[in-house]
Design a protein around this ligand. Sequence first.
Ligand SMILES: [Zn+2]
Ligand SMILES: [Zn+2]
Length: 336
Amino acid sequence: MRAVRWHGRGDVRLDEIPVPEPAVGQVLLRVEAAAICGTDVDEVRWGPVTVPLEPHPVSGRAAPITLGHEIVGSVAHQGPGSQLPVGTRVAPWPSRPCGHCRDCATGHANRCPSMVSLGMSVDGGMADFVAVDEADCVTVDPGLPMERAVLVEPGAVVLHALHRADVRGRRIAVVGIGSVGLLMIEAARRAGAATVVAVARSERSRAAARAAGADEVQRPDAAARVDAELVFETAGAAPAVAAALAATRRGGRVIVLGGHVRPLPLELLDLTVREVALEGSVSHCFEDFVAAARAIAAGDLAATPREVELAPLEAGPDLLRAEASGVKRILVPGRS
Ligand SMILES: [Zn+2]
Ligand SMILES: [Zn+2]
């Protein structure tokens, strides 16, 4: 089968590899779509960030590894002991936490230090097939458009961040309007935020933010006018952090969702003087993933139309090497 595999920094290839054999409790999915995430682009440009060069302590896997953690597919073959019927359309939760460390035991499996992640430390979905744990599969209605079904994973990222902070009745800002930023606007609205301000560089992104339900839009260089109590940074770029801090009012809070793979300078004195809290939110727990699938199915999330680019698997390496365009790029193995 074909697989888009990370071999090294700047080195991502379309390889021909054997179809994986599902292990006990696993199913083999025929991949319908695998979206390209900013973390995949970072992995290619700056990596290794999460792809192991030496055998991963849990998965035993090392590069080359098939990328792709935002996946929708259907069961093609059952592994030993699996009950999930062939043909079932699912989104697989891409995380395999250890289940017994302090974080796992206290409901924070998303930050498990022994995590195995699909498309990072074990082969992911940018391929014709992917083997996943049956227990991690969340069923997806056959009628749900692929462009929305593939957003369950980023939707879960957003819902997890929203669990960390009560947005009800508050003035919030979302900095960085990519796929996660748009989902954040929708989810914050649903969660009862009083006002949602979107901060984005391009006019196109600001228009997309308005369409997703943002009450106000602002350019990053005018972020100081935003005056939000709570700011979500979703861009993963240094200027976005500066804009997020500028957009935060005194005593406010910034939650960083973006993957900042490079160190960056911070005006800590500004944080101290204004008593601004800066914290992170990573990935999701299984409950977040289930909730995202449900919200998307119900039309509460990923409901507003957005620009996407559908491409065949063959286009994967070039798209992964290209600069992010702000448009969600989705690899569709069935396309040629
Ligand atoms: Zn992602
Ligand atoms: Zn754990």
